[in-house]
Ligand binder design. Structure first.
Ligand code: ADP
Ligand code: MG
Length: 604
């Protein structure tokens, strides 16, 4: 190979490492946590600027031909560490955009607008970052020990970049394969449901913004140390689109896809088009066509192969856990290490009497409708209470208000001796107040067992710190939870689907997954919204009996159901809701004797 070719290959290695690190970070945000960060490139830019000024001498040193902040003349690897830290710090304020209020598309547009504004500000406001001129003659790492013009230097640079990329990959994999990573994928699939199961969306999204920002900053630092220039014009918002194209084409939500995409799109695609002779058309036509091609590639993939070239792998954690347990049993005593997995009853055993939940004049309004209009109820501890009423009576809204999914306009909610009226949904879940949803709400791209595990409270691996401590730290808890999930899946006949995607099951099976998931949360009070819809009556009775057993063990359940036969058999008392108000309360027998109830509901 000629010298020129070798130089070119070393170059590709460096660009490849930079793009792989950037794509891994974006994939964590978009593919794993479901955050559409259209401003991603500004974190790379910030990291590059930081690395530049950390390695540049004071700005008067070169005759003061360019001005910048500081100029510290620090040696490798400090500029790279600085780039990483600043990339994360710059991401921090954006947590507001992805917090509780602005989510989804709105947050995505907010981030895009911010990226455009930041770019305009930097290029046009000269005193800040030297305007459009940017920075040049950025020192290269260790340039006084090795000559950057040599091929050896370039290969070493590329190798260091590749090693850093591998380390980032290993770090991110550690996170995504942990219970914390599972929580993020649950949030991506359905954030409202994840919130109702106790996931703190703001904290998880902030963590992913910062972590992705750090990866972007680091990649920018590596890049600027190689090209020795920081040109704000090169970091237009559209560059983010190239990275999005990469992870969509490679495969979102999995690191290998991000790596493949980084090699195919920013490196491969842009390099390949360099070989098209520029005499083919007017100047600037080929770069312009590149953008068209990238756009077409994104659309084409989203249309024909949305999962990308390498799809997100299905995690067969149940089969793997069974193999591990069998192994443990074979090697050790007949009593497996985890034989204690039988679910302990939550709360105190059927302490009958007393209310676990009471409300006073709860009101929920949607613009002009008072969906819940002054409801005062109390739910007895350890009972299976029914909630009935005609369509639109406000049953679902009441459950949502109790769980904190919708805010209440007036009134108070007292749960287990505590006023939770203003407590956010995820904290109510952690206090033991867990709801299910009337509409299908399984996490589609999580397997059945992952759905169940996602609800387990206070898992040791379900924090960023726990995840970083590694599998050895959280595996014991995880295997215990899997054993518990196995008993439940066995009971409801879904064991064979443990490692199947929940989204691929039948409607009835998905309802079962939701019920099991709620039970895995070990709530003190479980709010079930028409759980039996679409389930065969025989199975519905099995579920009813199981719910009764749970109540006997100390759980309290409030259940909305249309099927009055179910109410007759299992629920006592039953509350009747009509037009947002409590109409009556009593056993089904008593209710059938009340003419206004019969008129409002039982007949109509
Ligand atoms: P139920 O569960 O008893 O059938 P809901 O609680 O779903 O009744 O609805 C009660 C009333 O509130 C209905 O009139 C419904 O149209 C209205 N409603 C429910 N959710 C919303 C919403 N998100 N926005 C506006 N109106 C709503
Ligand atoms: Mg409803």
């Amino acid at each position: 190979m000629s010298q020129a070719t070798l130089f070119y290959l070393a170059n590709l290695l460096i660009y490849g490492a930079v793009d792989v690190i950037a794509c891994l970070g974006l994939s964590m945000q978009f593919g794993v946590a479901g955050i559409s960060n259209f401003g991603y490139i500004i974190f790379q830019s910030a990291g590059a600027y930081t690395a530049a000024v950390l390695s540049l001498p004071h700005d008067t040193a070169n005759g003061g031909f360019q001005s910048y902040i500081g100029g510290f003349g620090l040696p490798f690897p400090i500029p790279l560490l600085g780039a990483t830290v600043v990339g994360g710090l710059v991401a921090l304020p954006f947590a507001i955009l992805v917090g509780r209020r602005l989510t989804g598309h709105v947050a995505a547009i907010g981030l895009l607008v911010t990226a455009v504004m930041a770019n305009l500000l930097v290029t046009n406001f000269v005193p800040l970052f030297n305007g459009a001129a940017g920075l040049s003659v950025v020192p290269q790492p260790l340039q006084n020990l090795l000559n950057p013009q040599t091929q050896t230097y370039q290969w070493i640079y590329g190798a260091v970049g590749a090693v850093i990329a591998v380390l980032v990959y290993l770090l991110f994999r550690r996170i995504t394969e942990s219970p914390y990573g599972r929580s993020m994928r649950a949030m991506r699939d359905n954030s409202v449901v994840a919130n109702a199961l106790g996931k703190d969306l703001l904290s998880m999204r902030t963590a992913m913004l910062v972590l992705g920002g750090m990866a972007a900053g680091l990649s920018g630092g590596i890049l600027v140390g190689f090209i020795t220039l920081w040109d704000p014009g090169a970091w237009g918002y559209a560059e983010t689109i190239v990275l999005f194209a990469a992870i969509i084409i490679g495969g979102t939500g999995n690191h290998k896809g991000a790596i493949l995409g980084a090699i195919l799109v920013p490196v491969g695609f842009e390099e390949a088009t360099r070989f098209i002779p520029s005499s083919l058309g007017p100047p600037g036509m080929i770069p312009a066509l590149q953008w068209v091609a990238i756009g077409l590639l994104i659309v084409g993939f989203l249309w024909f192969r949305p999962q990308g070239i390498i799809p997100e792998p299905r995690r067969r954690i149940f089969a793997r856990a069974q193999a591990r347990l069998a192994h443990a049993r074979g090697d050790q005593s007949p009593q497996a290490t985890l034989a204690t997995a039988a679910s302990p009853p939550s709360g105190s055993p059927a302490a009958s009497g007393g209310a676990i939940l009471s409300t006073e004049g709860v009101v929920v309004s949607f613009s002009d409708v008072r969906a819940v209009d002054g409801v005062s109820i109390s739910v007895g501890r350890g009972r299976l209470t029914g909630l009935i009423g005609p369509n639109g009576a406000g049953k679902s809204t009441l459950l949502a208000a109790l769980a904190g999914t919708v805010p209440i306009a007036e009134g108070r909610i007292i749960f287990d001796g505590q006023d939770v009226s203003r407590v956010p949904a995820y904290l109510r879940a952690r206090l033991g107040l867990v709801r299910t949803f009337q509409l299908a709400s399984e996490f589609k791209r999580l397997t059945v067992v992952e759905n169940l595990l996602s609800a387990v409270p206070a898992q040791s691996g379900d924090t960023l710190r726990g995840a970083l401590r590694g599998r050895r730290y959280w595996e014991h808890d995880e295997l215990e939870a899997i054993e518990e999930a196995r008993d439940l899946m066995d009971h409801f006949g879904l064991l064979e689907y443990a490692d199947s995607y929940a989204g691929n099951l039948s409607g009835g099976q998905r309802r079962l997954v939701e019920i099991m998931r709620a039970i895995m949360a070990k709530p003190k009070l479980l709010l079930l919204d028409e759980p039996m819809a679409g389930i065969h009556p025989t199975l519905a009775r099995t579920i009813g009996r199981h719910l009764q057993t749970l109540c006997a063990q100390g759980m309290t359940i409030l259940l909305v159901e249309h099927e009055l036969g179910f109410m007759d058999e299992f629920c006592d008392p039953v509350i009747v809701l009509a037009e947002g108000r409590v109409l009556a309360e009593g056993t089904m027998g008593e209710l059938r004797g009340q003419s206004e109830v019969v008129e409002a509901y039982l007949v109509g």
